[in-house]
Design a protein around this ligand. Structure first.
Ligand SMILES: [Zn+2]
Ligand SMILES: [Zn+2]
Length: 343
């Protein structure tokens, strides 16, 4: 089979490798669409990789068709379309035992830190990692469920109630999905801050598609975002800020825009440390909260996607596996919003 394997920093090769073989509680999948994201880019740059240094197959956001099923893999049937929660968890550590499996101390991410991934013609996962796509969710949408789950989990961590207000920093796929998730929860007063004009236009299209053209999409380079936030919230600041950008300017903006008693949720992967004066959070008793991945979020996200709450497939570009190297270069340049590799 073909597989895109990372041999070292920026050295991704589409190669012919043996098909994987599923164990008793595992399923063999034929990936259909595999999304690329900032985490892939980070690994591609050489930021992480398989622990043993062997070439690793990338790809953790994907839809697939079930090919075959191990004898102890339950009732998933061959031919079923699925999406995958790409976490190999140990089941035995303290976080796993209390249900926080996304915080597993021995976590291996399928396609990010495990050796195997979904940029391949076949891949193997545990049957328990698979979620069947409901009627009305196609394979392209299925590949977007994983990043939407990241956003869904982050918005849950923001503790908002219908009628609340939020600032979303960054209108990449996670930021846009955060805003769409807020809308699905009845939060209508939303400001989105994004420096890239391409991303601002794409975000505005997605909000219009769910009947929310009034979401304010601003350019932090030209607009006074904290001012706009105060205007929207009677001078208070927003109940929550979702930071999907992960840079110092975003962190500073978050603290300038959140209301006293509000909450800042970081869902971005920061590459550099930030500095801030703790008095900024102390005086307003602001909660700083992190959101990493998801836990039990896939079923709710699949329902929301089926109900049309995440019209993201228009924002996606699809490329064949042979063009995956170019796709990474585009991601690096920031010219593509979201790329799906069609297997
Ligand atoms: Zn991802
Ligand atoms: Zn564990």
């Amino acid at each position: 089979m073909r597989a895109a394997r990372l041999h070292g920093p920026r050295d991704l090769r589409v190669e012919t490798v043996p098909d994987p073989v599923p164990g008793p509680d595992e399923v063999l999948l034929r990936p259909l669409y595999t999304g690329l994201c900032g985490s892939d880019l980070h690994v591609w740059h050489g930021g992480a990789g398989a622990a043993d240094g062997a070439p690793m197959v990338l790809g953790h956001e994907f839809s697939a068709e079930v090919v075959s099923v191990g004898p102890a893999a339950g009732d998933v049937r061959p031919g079923t379309l699925v999406t995958v929660e790409p976490m190999w968890t140990c089941g035995g550590c303290a976080p796993c035992r209390r249900g926080d499996y996304h915080l597993c101390r021995a976590m291996q991410w399928h396609g990010l830190s495990a050796r195997t991934g979904a940029l391949a013609d076949r891949t193997v996962v545990r049957a328990s990692m698979v979620h069947v796509l409901p009627e009305g969710v196609d394979a392209r949408q299925g590949a977007l469920v994983e990043p939407i789950a990241v956003a869904h989990h982050a918005v849950a961590r923001a503790n908002l109630t219908p009628g609340g207000s939020a600032l979303v920093i960054g209108a990449g796929p996670i930021g846009v999905a955060c805003a769409l998730d807020l809308l699905a929860r009845g939060v209508r007063r939303i400001v989105v801050s994004e420096p890239s004009p391409v991303r601002r236009v794409a975000a505005a299209r997605a909000f219009a598609a769910v009947g929310a053209p009034d979401v304010l999409v601003l350019d932090p380079g030209a607009d006074d975002v904290p001012d706009a936030v105060r205007a929207l919230t009677a001078g208070e600041g927003t109940d929550a800020v979702l930071d999907a950008a992960g840079v110092q300017a975003a962190f500073t903006l978050a603290l300038a825009a959140v209301r006293p008693g509000g909450r800042v949720v970081t869902v971005a992967v920061y590459l550099e440390p930030v500095s801030f004066h703790p008095l900024t959070t102390f005086l307003g008793e602001v909660d700083l909260v992190a959101s990493c991945g998801y836990r039990d979020d896939f079923p709710a996200v699949l329902d929301l996607v089926r109900d049309g709450r995440f019209p993201l497939t228009d924002l996606v570009r699809t490329v064949p596996l042979e063009a995956v190297g170019d796709a990474f270069a585009e991601l690096e340049a920031g010219t593509a919003l979201k790329v799906l590799v069609q297997l």
